[in-house]
Each structure stands twice: as structure tokens, then as C-alpha cells.
Design a protein around this ligand. Structure first.
Ligand code: GRF
Length: 190
């Protein structure tokens, strides 16, 4: 049984979807949800689904024995960033080489980088009048949104779409694809 840890800073609709997906899967399970935000709704969602939670501060994330130790204690095999807003530290990336993925709510390399999260992304997409947007699931390296792309799915941006309309389309893509892509990666990783 592969053990997944999810990092999230906010609402956690993706985290909930991933937990529920793997609760029906016999090969992997989400065993820990970690957040930098003690007030994040994601913590309530995880507890309601009987998943352990861990809240940490910046020092604990950056020091070699903080968050990393917790991941090792839980014998985590795979890490998912689902709306995690802090930079992910290199010492954890090295320990989990090719086993950390993030989801970004646009088609990278467009609309990525520091400060590009949530509605900032959808506002920029509508402002730029692009005809399509989508989601990107990518490996995590030391730079924001620059790791190797694993998967992308697209949706149209119609002329009269508001940023909120775009957010809804993106949410649907995330719900449909993210758990399955994680499952595929776990299968390939052996
Ligand atoms: C998602 O749109 C994800 O792509 C982005 O942050 C958002 C998280 O939403 N990285 P939620 O907290 O899972 O509801």
C-alpha cells in the first residue's frame, strides 16, 4: 500500500477529492494532510474523512528535522501539492526525487510563477483574451511551476467568460483528472 501525503493551504476541494478517490483504491491511500494554515478548511475536510493532519510553520518546513521527519515517520511514498502556497523546500524534494507533484490551474509555461495562484491566474487568463486554458500537473523542482510537465487538460475560454466562469471549468478538470494522474504515476513508479 503506497502512502500519500497532501500539502494544501486553503479550501482543499482537490485534497478531499484525492482522499475520497484513494479510499476506494486498494493500492494507495492518503495518510497525512499537511498545512501551513491553521485555519484552512482543508484540515476540517481531512479530519471528516479520518485522515491525520499536521500544521507547521516556516521554520519547521525549512529545518532538516521538521516536516521532513514527519513525512519519514509516516513512511510517505508520494507527495501531492494541491493549492500549497509556500515554496517547497529543496531538502524534501531531494529526499523524494520525482515523487512530488503539483497542480497548476493554467497551461504552463503560461500564467505561472510567483504570485500566480487562484483567481490571479483566471483574471490574467481572461485579461489576455486567450482562447483556451486548462490544468497542468507537474513534478516539483526548486523553482515555482518549472518542473517537468506530467499532464495537461484544456478547456475553452469563451468571449463572455468571466474569471469565475473559468474557475468553474478549471475546477471540473481538476476533479476529473488529478487523482487518476496520481494513480498513474504511482503505478509507473513501481
Ligand atoms: C486549485 O485550483 C489548484 O489548481 C491550485 O490551487 C487551487 C486549490 O483549490 N494550485 P482547493 O484548495 O483544492 O479547493
Amino acid at each position: 500500500m503506497k502512502k500519500i501525503a497532501v500539502f494544501a493551504s486553503g479550501s482543499g476541494s482537490n485534497t478531499q477529492n484525492i482522499i475520497e478517490f484513494f479510499q476506494k483504491d486498494s493500492n494507495a491511500n492518503v495518510v497525512l494532510v499537511l498545512s501551513n494554515n491553521p485555519n484552512a478548511l482543508v484540515l476540517e475536510r481531512a479530519k471528516a474523512l479520518d485522515v491525520d493532519t499536521f500544521i507547521f510553520n516556516k521554520t519547521q518546513l525549512l529545518e532538516p528535522k521538521g516536516v521532513l521527519n514527519r513525512l519519514l515517520e509516516y513512511k510517505i511514498d508520494f507527495i501531492v501539492l494541491a493549492g500549497f502556497l509556500w515554496k517547497f523546500p529543496e531538502h524534501i524534494i531531494h529526499k523524494f526525487e520525482h515523487k512530488v507533484v503539483n497542480i497548476h490551474p493554467a497551461l504552463l509555461p503560461n500564467f505561472g510563477g510567483k504570485g500566480m495562484y487562484g483567481m490571479h491566474v483566471h483574471n490574467a487568463v481572461v485579461e489576455a483574451k486567450v482562447k483556451e486554458t486548462g490544468i497542468t500537473i507537474h513534478h516539483v523542482n526548486a523553482n515555482y511551476d518549472e518542473g517537468a510537465i506530467v499532464f495537461q487538460a484544456k478547456c475553452t475560454v469563451d468571449n463572455d467568460d468571466t474569471p469565475e466562469d473559468v474557475a468553474k471549468k478549471i475546477h471540473q478538470l481538476e476533479m476529473a483528472h488529478f487523482p487518476i494522474v496520481i494513480k498513474d504515476l504511482l503505478t509507473k513508479n513501481g
